[in-house]
Ligand binder design. Structure first.
Ligand code: NDP
Length: 400
């Protein structure tokens, strides 16, 4: 029985709050805190209509460490689930250290003024968490998150050595809007407009954005054009599985989406440098976020599936093997259960499972961990039970 503080009341925060509320045997008391308190209150009110749970709300600026420490000391949670934005990771980690609370997030730290994410900033907290006797679990959404667990599971059960890893992420859903992003538009657009990058034979190879593409077949979906983009879990996976000779991340994009993105970039709306507009400093991408559809509101009438998985080749007992492990998630089913679309759902469910793993001590240790360093088996068991069933195929053509 544990108290948990969820920070961030967007689409992902909503799913985490719902999923925690479904498991009062683990999460005896929940506090949902975010910058805009009314969003927390709306989510809590919806949840209380369905579940008999102790859920509180609070207003917090997660970049204000003293205020965070005060909130942590008042509520006394065992764990913070950080589903605010990547910009707040370090301040929340600082506050957790000061107040003696464990930490989990779904996206690695990114400075606001530079579209660059890497684990070095958070890995630098290793010694401090270790000395404090606390655990910080990084990147526990779907990708990063479940994809790291899938890779760890493959390494544990199906390979002596993994050589090639291709993470494949398809969103074959339709929300009926001309252009919308499925999670925070600012973070999403910063992520996909950067150069492509993948790992091969010990080095990182950089390409122009969307330079490598291929049609890949996704289970129960069919063929989708998929593009190599850089994604944060590649950095930790090649570190923790050093036999990997190549690691890439593929994501599907439709023509219409890419055309909108090109226009947004060409007219400067993806810019992160401040400009002066009517005497006020504004950041173009922040303004763009304000006019785009709210990802948390896309769920109604969203049809189709996401399909995210890992395609891996390597050797077992001296023989070449291939392996594919994936989950398909229905946007409509996610909406029916939690009022949000599949991308928020596929992020929030693994975050809740990670929290369960930590609170039940199935995952334990002092320091900072990427989740492939932890036991994949109980996590995957929970994925099946908590709405994200996974499937596997052996020795098939991986297409990559
Ligand atoms: P949203 O933008 O919908 O929600 C973010 C929430 O954080 C909002 O409630 C926002 O408040 C709050 N917030 C922002 N700044 C602060 C602050 N300074 N203090 C307190 N609260 C703040 O994002 P999503 O729910 O779509 O995504 C949440 C996280 O999940 C992101 O970090 C994203 O990168 C990550 N993610 C990870 C994925 C994975 O698979 N690993 C996939 C998808 C997302 P306000 O309402 O006032 O704006």
């Amino acid at each position: 029985m544990s108290k948990v503080l969820i920070i961030g009341a967007g689409g992902v925060g909503q799913v985490v709050a719902y999923k925690c509320a479904q498991h009062p045997e683990v999460f005896s008391s929940i506090m949902l805190a975010s910058r805009t308190k009314s969003k927390c209150e709306n989510i809590a009110a919806q949840i209380l209509l369905k579940y008999d749970i102790d859920i509180k709300t609070a207003k917090i600026d997660a970049e204000d460490v003293p205020a965070l420490v005060k909130l942590l000391r008042r509520f006394k949670p065992q764990l913070v689930i950080n589903v605010a934005l990547p910009y707040q990771d370090l301040t929340i980690m600082d506050a957790c250290l000061e107040a003696g609370v464990n930490y989990l997030d779904t996206a690695n730290y990114e400075p606001k003024d530079e579209a660059k994410y890497q684990y070095s900033w958070q890995w630098a907290y290793q010694e401090r968490f270790e000395k404090a006797g606390l655990m910080a679990v990084l990147g526990c959404g779907f990708d990063p998150g479940a994809t790291n667990v899938f890779t760890a599971y493959a390494a544990k059960h199906h390979f002596d050595e993994m050589h090639m890893l291709d993470i494949v992420d398809a969103n074959a859903g339709s929300h009926g809007k001309a252009f919308a992003t499925n999670f925070n538009p600012e973070i999403n657009i910063r992520e996909i407009t950067q150069n492509g990058k993948y790992y091969e034979n010990g080095t990182w190879i950089e390409t122009a954005p969307f330079a490598i593409k291929k049609d890949l077949n996704y289970p129960n979906i069919g063929s989708k054009t998929s593009y190599v983009i850089y994604h944060e879990e590649l950095e930790s996976l090649v570190k923790h599985f050093p036999t990997l000779q190549r690691a890439r991340f593929w994501m599907t994009f439709g023509e219409e989406y890419l055309t909108h993105l090109r226009v947004i970039q060409n007219i400067g709306m993806a810019g992160i440098e401040p400009i002066i507009f009517k005497g006020k400093k504004i950041i173009p991408i922040e303004f763009l976020k304000a006019v785009l559809p709210n990802p948390g509101d896309l769920g109604e009438n969203y049809t189709g599936f996401t399909s995210i998985g890992c395609r891996i080749s390597g050797v077992k007992n001296g023989e070449k093997r291939t392996y594919y492990i994936w989950n398909n998630c229905s946007h409509a089913a996610a909406y029916e259960e939690t009022g949000t679309q599949g991308v928020s759902y596929t992020t929030g469910v693994p975050a809740t499972i990670g929290a369960m793993m930590m609170l039940s001590k199935q995952w334990s240790g002092n320091g900072v961990f990427n989740i492939e360093q932890l036991n994949p088996d109980p996590f995957l068991k929970k994925m099946n039970e908590m709405g994200l069933p996974w499937h596997e195929a052996h020795n098939i053509d991986l297409e990559v």
